[in-house]
Each structure stands twice: as C-alpha cells, then as structure tokens.
Design a protein around this ligand. Structure first.
Ligand code: HSE
Length: 440
C-alpha cells in the first residue's frame, strides 16, 4: 500500500509519529496513503506505548535504511552516531530522509545535504528546531521572498522554564535546576541545555535557512545560564527587563549607511529583554522565534518547543511533504536540476560570521565596590575614556558590606566595553564584577 516509511527509533517522538500515522482520520487525506514498513529499535521485547503489527519491529537498522521498499527514512533516534551514518546510508540508497536531529544537522549538515543533492533525495528537518512550531518550512517557503535581517529566538524550553521560575519565585539557578530535573523538565546531564549548546545547534540551522549559507557550528558564540542569579533577575525587573536565553542571528549592517553587509552575528547568551518586547512574554517551556525581514517586518512563531505530540506533528508534516512530491511524480529520480528548490538545500558556501568583539549591544553590569565618595564618578570616567556611554547607573543597597552598583550602557562595540571592564577590574575600590549580561 502507498508510500512506505521506515522509522529509526521508537522513543517519545517516534511513538508520537506512529500514533499520527496509524490514526489518519480527519487529518490530511494523503496520510492514509503512508504505511509504516519497519521500525528500527534497540530491543524487540520492550513494552510499547502504541499498537502496531509486531513484525514491523527490527533491530537491524542497516537493513531498514537499505530496504528497497522503503521510500522515506525517519530518523528519530537522536545522538550523533549511529544516526549520522544511518542517514548517510539511507541517502546513498536513494531514500528521502526526515530527521528531528538538530545535533547531527548542525554538525554534519554540509556532508548530509551534499550527499542528498548528489543522490537526488530530500532531507527535511522541521522538528529539529522549535519542536511543533512550523518555522523551517516558513523560512524556506512562505518567507523566502524576504531579505531576512534577523532571527531571534527562545529555542530551548529547559532554560526558559528555569529562567521563568527564577523570575517568578526569586530563586537561584541551582535549586531550580534540581527541581526542574526532578519534574522531568531538565535532563540528568543538563549541560547541552543550560550551557546554551542546544540553542547554538538550533540557531545555526535557522541562520543557514534564513541567510542562505552554511554555518560552521564552532563560529556560533554560546554562553549558558549558570551564571544568572536571583539578584540579576531582581535588578532586571526593577529596570524593566526580563532575562531570557536568546539565540540571535543577525545580518550586520554598515555603521553609517545601514546597508546590509555580507556577514552575520551568531550568538546565544542570557539577555535582558525589555518587558514590552514580544519575546519577554514567552514563558515556561514554550519557544518562540521572531523573524525580521524586508518587506514583511516582524513575524513571530510561538508554541511548544518539545514533547511527543508537537514534535511528532512536525515530523509527520515532513513525511507528508515528501509523500506529496512522490504521489505527484516529482520525487522519483530527481537531480540537482530538477529538485524542488523549496524542499532541497540549495546553498553551498559558508556564511561569514563576525567576531564577538565587533558586535554592538547594550550591556548590563553588576559590581560590588567600596562604599565611598567618588567611586561612581571614577566608573563614569573609565567608561567615558573607552567611548562607552552609560544609560543608567544605580546604587540600590549593600551586599556583603559592599555597595552594589548596577550599570546599563548605551549601544557600544563589545571590544570597547570589555576593555573598559578590564580597566575597572584593576581599580582598588572595585571588589568584584558580579555579572555582565547583554541587553536587547
Ligand atoms: N532540550 C530541548 C529543550 C528540547 O529544552 O528545548 C528538544 O530540542
């Protein structure tokens, strides 16, 4: 019957995809033409959350990706290997691929899309970023006519959950992380999420689509949320901000003419977001991606960034997309010339990424200093000497017998701000630089 798919993996996302595929009523009619031929798992005799004929299960993953009957391989096993090798083998055997694996795509997208173009197959990845939020296909298709200026996202649910609780409860990072782990919102090993690495993978993928070039993951700056404190949350709130882990991809513009330049900034870091900004209201595990382009202006995608149903919705929408090309006869023997450019990867060059020293941002700084006359004046002079203009400077109280001083700068080149900071670290009146955060 119809179009045969093979699934690699039957974890949360795989099970969610199987549930949709086995229950096509009242969904797109093409779903009823899609059949699950095989599901590759590690262990045959585990209890499964979905019912399907037992004979579709196999532990022979190689035979699944080389099966001549299977047209679409759906990789939902996660991890780097054997996922990468199995995707490549499926491509070499002429299979279209659907994957939810942002880690593999962000690291090996170059190899995978080159192989896919040579083999004349499609590799779709809607579930890799933003879970159930449709953002990959809109960037490639509905927004494809725009010149994209920036993509700014909250694209890691775990960190958004932790930061939201810190903000709402006035708590510190460590105990809230422990609670999030207990509740299943954070992994036992939380590094990929809390250190910003998961968001870096995802913004690399979004930037590649938005700006039409490949991205070297090592060039994405990433800083996590471990250093964000309850004190910073409270000061941010007094100053009219919330702190969010933002992933930012932005085309640089000429400082005088605002003409777009052929280089991007690509960064993940905790950021003070003004309360009136649309991303400030995105809380808990939700994700949102704000795209700015010409002529559309701003458009924001919001929704569940993870979870069985939402992620499976994205996976099956990719299967449906490929199935549509197969039933219309466009999916067989495609070549680089005949491939649908709205589904295939059409770029090959690498984007130029500017160093962090060159970015222009506002900064938030919290210092502990001796509480004596002239300290604030000295700070002002130091910043002035480095062309850093200050927007606000406040001393609200004492912490550990030191004056706690909070400064927000105007927009300034990061290199200038860091040099000023290096200088003032040497002042005898400065006890410590407690936090430095960027401001949107
Ligand atoms: N670990 C991810 C997050 C979910 O916390 O958003 C899957 O991408």
């Amino acid at each position: 019957m119809g179009i045969k798919v093979g699934l690699l993996g039957l974890g949360t996302v795989g099970a969610g995809a199987v549930k949709i595929l086995l229950d096509p009523a009242d969904r797109h009619p093409l779903l009823s033409q899609i059949a699950i031929a095989k599901i590759g798992v590690r262990q045959l005799d585990k209890p499964r959350p979905v019912n399907f004929p037992a004979e579709v299960l196999t532990t022979d993953l190689e035979s699944l990706v080389t099966d001549p009957e299977i047209a679409i391989v759906v990789e939902v096993m996660g991890g780097l290997e054997p996922a990468r090798s199995l995707i490549l083998k499926a491509i070499h055997h002429g299979k279209h691929v659907v994957t939810a694996n942002k880690a593999v795509i962000a690291r090996y997208g170059d190899e995978i899309f080159t192989a896919a173009n040579e083999a004349g197959v499609y590799v779709l990845l809607e579930a890799a970023v933003g879970g159930g939020i449709p953002v990959i296909q809109p960037l490639k298709q509905a927004l494809g006519v725009n010149r994209i200026q920036a993509v700014t996202g909250i694209i890691n649910g775990t960190t958004n959950y932790i930061l939201t609780r810190m903000q709402q409860e006035g708590g510190d990072f460590e105990p809230i992380l422990a609670e999030a782990q207990r509740l299943g919102y954070a992994e036992a090993d939380p590094a990929a999420d809390v250190d910003g690495l998961d968001a870096a993978d995802k913004i690399a993928i979004l930037a590649s689509l938005a700006f039409g070039g490949r991205i070297k993951l090592s060039e994405v700056y990433s800083e996590g949320i471990r250093q964000v404190t309850a004190a910073d949350m409270a000061y941010a709130s007094r100053l009219g901000f919330v702190i969010k882990l933002l992933a930012i991809a932005r085309r640089n513009t000429h400082p005088d003419s605002e003409e777009p330049l052929d280089e991007l900034q690509l960064r993940v870091h905790p950021t003070l977001v003004p309360l009136a900004h649309p991303l400030a209201a995105v809380n808990d595990v939700y994700n949102a991606i704000l795209v700015e382009g010409d002529p559309i202006g701003q458009v924001m995608f919001f929704g569940p960034g993870a979870g069985e149903g939402p992620t499976a919705s994205a996976v099956v929408s990719d299967i449906l997309n490929i199935a549509a090309t197969l039933v219309s006869g466009q999916g067989s023997e495609i070549t680089a010339k005949t491939a649908n450019p709205l589904l295939a990867c059409t770029h090959q060059h690498y984007c130029k990424i500017s160093p962090m020293a060159d970015i222009v941002s506002r900064y938030y700084l919290r210092l502990l200093a001796e509480d004596r006359p002239g300290v604030i004046g000295k700070l002002g002079l130091c910043f002035g000497d480095h062309a850093v203009s200050l927007e606000s400077i406040v001393q609200i109280g004492l912490r550990d017998n030191y004056a706690e001083i909070v400064i927000v700068s105007h927009e300034v080149k990061e290199a200038h701000f860091q040099t000023a900071l290096d200088d003032l670290r040497g002042f005898p009146e400065i006890h410590s630089v407690a936090s430095v955060l960027r401001v949107l």
